[in-house]
Structures are given as structure tokens and as C-alpha cells.
Design a binder for this molecule. Structure first.
Ligand SMILES: O=C[C@H](O)COP(=O)(O)O
Length: 261
């Protein structure tokens, strides 16, 4: 089903999800990102989501940078639903905010698969992100089997309905479409396939959140790299990327950002 929706002018966001990669020495990559960010077009924001162990140090480094106007923020990859309490090993959104995170990814397919996170849990985590005053990036996307069976839009519709809390706005929510089969595989959907899903997501968000849904940023994620970024970022209703592997190297991350229209 192809959905034709007006394409709003939305500022791009290139978000790097470092996943479980990065030691203290990786701050040199952050420094390179900060240097390169000043050269980018003014229409692109950058977000670096290192492992939780590096958030405070990265936020301090960003705050100490000579150019305080850089469009760069530090984010986190997950949070607990509660603000505090007896949850050994977990980290709350409030703690991440205190460390300097401004955005938190929730519902990544690796969390859904590795930690049995349901749509209901993801929705509660998104509310926890808002409780801490931060922006939530909620991830959705189908598996290879679901795509092969022709269920992509049904799966995405179900995840959006179950994972997004009421009260979402263009300022507090970003949606990332990440086909599970494209993550870390080098495979990507065609531009036409991405356009179909993003148009569908835009229509769904607009129906539920009205004008806010028209302006929410929709990211594509899954094997984005410098060589395919321009094509993917030019797809209608793609407002940036959630980048995994290629975000670990500053030069690749910056090249992807440079590919934004
Ligand atoms: O969060 C990022 C995505 O899982 C994409 O990862 P990838 O760019 O390594 O395919």
C-alpha cells in the first residue's frame, strides 16, 4: 500500500547508536565528531549514544568544547521504567539525564529480542524518558519473515499503536524505522520500500497526533553507511538515520550526516 502524504520540512537528525562498543579511549572519536560538526550544513543535528559508561564523560567533553553552538547532543540507548529503586544493574532516565543525556533510545529490536521487551514495556519506557524531561527515540521494524509474509505494515502499525504513549509531540518523540533484517547485515530495503513504510508511519502519526505527527522526525536505521546515505536520506518522510556500526568511526558518521539534503 503506497501512502501519499504532504512532505513537511523537518530538520534532519543523524543519531549514532554505539551499542555495546567503546572504551574511554573512544573519546577521540567524539572529539573528531565535534570538530567535523562545525562544517556540516546547518540543517542537520547529530546525536551520539555511547554506552552508559561514557555518557557523563562525553557530555562533559561536549560542554567544554569551544564552540557551544554545535548541533550535537549526547544520548543513551535504554532506560528502566522507574525513576529509582531496587533494580540491580539498571539505570533510570533521571540518572541518564543527570549524566548529560538529552535523548534515550527505547524499543530497539536488540532490546526487544534480548530482553523480551514488549510494546507495553517500550511505551512505559518512553513515558519514563518524558518524565525525566528527555526526548524518546522509539524503534519499530519487521523481521525478515514478517516482510516475506507481506506483514510489514501490519507489524509496524501494531508496534506504533502499542509502543507510543499518548501525548507524543514533535518535540518529545522521534520514531526510528529499523527493519530487523537490515541491522548489521549490509542489506537495506529499496528506496521504494523505505518510502512505503515511512509514508505509512507519517500517515499513522498524523492520524493519531494531528499536526504534531506531521512534524515528528522519522529516522531510517539498518546498514546505513556513507555510500548509501544520500539515497536513503532523500526518500520522502526520511528525516535522518539511526546508525549503528558506521557511527563508531567519526569520518563515516560525519560522511553520513553530510549526505542529508
Ligand atoms: O541502532 C542502530 C541500528 O540497529 C542499525 O545498526 P547498523 O547501522 O549497524 O545496521
Amino acid at each position: 500500500m503506497r501512502v501519499s502524504m504532504p512532505v513537511p520540512a523537518v530538520r534532519s537528525l543523524i543519531a549514532g547508536n554505539w551499542k555495546m562498543n567503546g572504551l574511554k579511549a573512544a573519546s577521540s572519536e567524539l572529539d573528531a565528531i565535534l570538530e567535523g560538526a562545525a562544517q556540516l550544513s546547518s540543517g542537520v543535528d547529530l546525536l551520539v549514544c555511547p554506552p552508559a559508561t561514557l555518557i557523563a564523560a562525553f557530555a562533559d567533553r561536549l560542554a567544554a568544547h569551544a564552540n557551544s553552538a554545535l548541533p550535537v547532543a549526547i544520548g543513551a540507548q535504554d532506560c528502566h521504567t522507574n525513576a529509582a529503586g531496587a533494580h540491580t544493574g539498571d539505570i533510570s532516565a533521571e540518572m541518564l539525564a543527570d549524566a548529560g543525556a538529552r535523548t534515550i533510545i527505547v524499543g530497539h529490536s536488540e532490546r526487544r529480542a534480548d530482553h523480551a521487551e514488549t510494546d507495553a514495556i517500550v511505551r512505559t519506557k518512553a513515558q519514563a524518558v518524558w518524565r525525566a524531561g528527555l526526548v524518546a527515540i522509539v524503534c519499530v521494524g519487521e523481521t525478515q519473515g514478517e516482510r516475506n509474509a507481506g506483514h510489514t505494515l501490519d507489524v509496524v502499525a501494531g508496534q506504533l499503536a502499542g509502543s507510543l504513549p499518548d501525548g507524543a509531540t514533535a518535540a518529545n518523540l522521534v520514531v526510528a524505522y529499523e527493519p530487523v533484517w537490515a541491522i548489521g547485515t549490509g542489506m537495506t530495503p529499496t528506496a521504494a520500500d523505505v518510502e512505503e513504510v515511512h509514508g505509512f508511519i507519517r500517515q499513522t502519526l498524523t492520524q493519531r497526533f494531528n499536526g504534531e505527527g506531521e512534524r515528528m522526525r522519522l529516522l531510517y536505521g539498518g546498514s546505513v553507511k556513507p555510500s548509501n546515505a544520500s539515497e536513503l536520506m532523500a526518500v520522502p518522510h526520511v528525516n535522518g538515520a539511526l546508525v549503528g556500526g558506521a557511527s563508531l568511526k567519526a569520518s563515516d558518521f560525519l560522511a553520513i550526516a553530510a549526505g542529508c539534503p
